[in-house]
Design a protein around this ligand. Sequence first.
Ligand SMILES: Nc1nc2c(ncn2[C@@H]2O[C@H](COP(=O)(O)OP(=O)(O)OP(=O)(O)O)[C@@H](O)[C@H]2O)c(=O)[nH]1
Ligand SMILES: [Mg+2]
Length: 297
Amino acid sequence: MLEKLRATLAKTRAALKDRLDGIFQSAASRDETLEGLSEALILADVGLATTEKIVQAVRERTRKSDGPEAILSALKDEIAALLDRGPAPPPAAGGLTAVMIVGVNGGGKTTTAAKLARRHAAAGRRVLLVAADTFRAAAQEQVVLWGQRLGIPVHRGQSGADPASVVFEASRQARSKSFQTMIVDTAGRVHTNPNLMAELEKVKRVLGREIEGAPQEILLVLDASIGRNALPQARQFLKVSGLTGIALTKLDGTAKGGAVIGIVDELGLPIRHLGTGEGEDDLEDFASRPFVDALLT
Ligand SMILES: Nc1nc2c(ncn2[C@@H]2O[C@H](COP(=O)(O)OP(=O)(O)OP(=O)(O)O)[C@@H](O)[C@H]2O)c(=O)[nH]1
Ligand SMILES: [Mg+2]
């Protein structure tokens, strides 16, 4: 697992760790090291406020005489603590759990929905994939293909249908056939378009009406390669549809993974999953310590 994570984070690690190594080698004092650390974190897209918070905490945890090893270890602890937002909610006992997948265009929603469906199915749950992206016929087709490939049933609606009505029908089907998990793929939407955002809110409302406690998870799919540009989108989705966590995709191809540290800190949302590639198994459940170890070791 750690090897996969290390490979996924290779570019981000190169952008951050290699810079830190240079600082640790050349800095004469702790204060100099901390100053370099600050610069490195900001350059790695962590964000100013979060960087200051981390560096201040590292300063408080170390002594003036401490060398690179103690400082690096304190840095890892601080980042891990900041990323750790507690465990994911357990699936609804006996009942039906609904997971909504939301985000802007092309972030990796459908792929993540399929990977998650596979994950739940592998855990022995009866899973229904719901193709609620009715915007493009091809989008539903994509979910159907994933379903065939993974052996997971798919509920799809009419092309152009109201996504809320698709979700309504899917919920009825899921209940009558005793499904345990519904993974709802939604259309990519521009977070600044009020109509599209309202549509999402409606999907959420219908789920809540049809299934007790649903949606238990609303995951925002964020493309790691856009770095801190993810923040305004995330804020808007959080405001309109509510969010319970982040699925961070395309971490494998980017050097900007450091941005998530600031994003998690500023939004107060947990990362739930990491997308580590295009394949069905390329999904990791997020845990802060392995993430930080893979990032900085
Ligand atoms: N390398 C890599 N590619 C990914 C990952 N997740 C998704 N992709 C790729 O990103 C592209 C877009 O993925 P989709 O799942 O179709 O994205 P989407 O958010 O559903 O797109 P729309 O429905 O058009 O908004 C595809 O080529 C995926 O294979 C990931 O974690 N790593
Ligand atoms: Mg899609």
